[in-house]
Ligand binder design. Structure first.
Ligand SMILES: Cc1cc2nc3c(=O)[nH]c(=O)nc-3n(C[C@H](O)[C@H](O)[C@H](O)COP(=O)(O)OP(=O)(O)OC[C@H]3O[C@@H](n4cnc5c(N)ncnc54)[C@H](O)[C@@H]3O)c2cc1C
Length: 419
């Protein structure tokens, strides 16, 4: 088989890249290992698909992309969230914008986004071939000449776009094959790790808190080497059987750098709205109010019940003592624990629970204006396979759409745009 453009992977970025290349008159084939396209998109946004974030300011968008934001500016500026919205609306999908500018299909069904992407690719003439690409063949000038499928079948082409995704939720088909293909073309892979993932602790003191959720708390992540904060945000989180999760925890997970995860600590400020003095006065008031009771009892207005023994334990206070025995030093220790409950991180959650993969094909080796490899003249990349990842909120799909669109626009095609 042969085609002018060969796309590897029919996910979010692959379908938009294929449809775009085909719309420009390029004979296009997409190789997809699964029987159905875009299986991961089907489970996005808890099955509702948060397809983009309706921000119009590029800086505001890149502020939500902790890795690769600058590199992505050309791709994003050519295909912004407003373009994503118009793209799907033109394909007949009605959209709604919810809290935090998150855009969803009005039907609340991710399948409508998958069907629209599939329709876009097919309508423009892109053909899908079922098969897992396992290798490339190369010509004399290091250009790719063919994609080799697991069956041994070859797809010859003039241009190749790797859209195989990362390593997260591998059951959807993204098992990191694109990295090996990129390496075979001479590319460097920035070490990968799970991102937007729950954090694991080995501190058993937190295990009884499983299921407890907290609102309006501040989480500050410090690394074990500099002890400096690498992330700090206020919002919601929850305790799991073996760690912590929820929106601010997932965002924090994007900030694990080159050190092992076990060096990091999540510091939870349970009362960010109160400074130390105000909190101290509040504790004094509660101790007076509950005079004659146990300290543990006296904290019931300040903290949710499940947290009281954990906070007291971290402060080194026996909660059974009477409020009359509560010393100034113990009060100071309590205030410290409320303002900074340290959760020692032992690991990141697994790829099977990670919304996205951090790391991937080095951005230094890709031209951001075209998504073309700087090493291999007819090879392009789009989507999560590259070393870029964002926070939740629709930004990761927007990256897939913007880079897929740009790659599809950049491959050589015979005809000018037909729509
Ligand atoms: C549970 C979950 C929820 C998410 N929710 C959101 C959300 O609401 N909003 C958001 O913006 N992002 C969300 N994301 C992230 C988003 O889904 C991904 O970032 C995005 O799908 C990446 O697009 P992609 O095209 O790079 O990869 P994918 O969409 O993963 O597509 C890759 C495709 O390549 C195929 N493939 C892989 N290897 C080969 C091979 N060797 N040969 C042939 N085919 C191959 C795969 O089968 C797959 O179809 C979520 C992710 C998860 C896991």
């Amino acid at each position: 088989m042969s085609a002018r453009t060969v796309v590897i992977g029919a996910g979010a970025s692959g379908l938009i890249a294929a449809g775009t290349a085909a719309s420009r008159g390029s004979d296009t084939v997409v190789a997809e290992r699964n029987a159905r396209p875009a299986r991961k998109v089907m489970i996005t946004g808890k099955g509702r698909c948060n397809l983009t974030n309706d921000l119009s300011d590029l800086n505001a968008i890149t502020a939500n992309i902790p890795h690769g934001g600058k590199f992505l500016i050309p791709a994003l500026s050519r295909f912004m969230p407003a373009d994503t919205k118009k793209f799907f609306e033109d394909l007949g999908v009605e959209l709604v914008t919810e809290r935090g500018n998150r855009v969803f299909p009005a039907s609340q069904k991710a399948v409508d986004i998958v069907d629209a992407l599939d329709r876009f690719a097919r309508r423009n003439g892109a053909k899908t071939v079922r098969g897992r690409c396992v290798a490339f063949e190369f010509g004399a000038d290091c250009s790719v000449t063919a994609a080799v499928l697991e069956t041994g079948e070859r797809i010859e082409g003039d241009s190749f776009i790797i859209c195989t995704g990362g390593l997260s939720y591998p059951a959807t088909g993204s098992t990191g094959d694109g990295y090996a293909l990129a390496v075979s073309a001479g590319h460097t892979i920035v070490p990968t790790r799970p991102s937007l993932v729950p954090l694991v602790t080995d501190d058993e003191a937190y295990f009884p808190l499983e299921g407890v959720s907290l609102k309006n708390v501040r989480l500050t992540l410090t690394d074990g080497h500099s002890k400096k904060p690498v992330f700090s945000e206020q919002g919601e989180m929850l305790f799991t059987a073996r760690g912590i999760s929820g929106p601010i925890v997932l965002s924090a997970s994007a900030h694990f750098g080159k050190f092992p995860p076990s060096g990091y600590t999540a510091h939870i400020n349970l009362k960010p709205a109160l400074d130390r003095d105000t909190l101290d006065r509040r504790v004094v008031r509660d101790i007076e109010k509950y005079a004659g009771r146990s300290v543990s009892n006296a904290l019931r207005d300040l903290l949710i019940r499940a947290l009281i023994p954990v906070v007291l334990d971290k402060a080194g206070i026996n909660g059974d003592i009477n409020t009359g025995e509560f010393t100034r030093e113990q009060r100071a220790a309590l205030v410290s624990a409320v303002k900074d409950l340290p959760v020692r991180i032992s690991d990141l959650g697994p790829y099977t629970e990670a919304v996205v993969t951090s790391g991937g094909v080095s951005l230094k080796e890709i031209d951001p204006r075209t998504m073309r490899s700087k090493l291999c003249p007819n090879l392009y990349f789009a989507g999560e396979v590259i070393d870029a990842d964002a926070y939740t909120g629709g930004f990761n799909l927007q990256i897939a759409f913007s880079t897929g669109r740009l790659a599809g626009m950049s491959v050589p095609a015979e005809l000018t745009t037909k729509g």
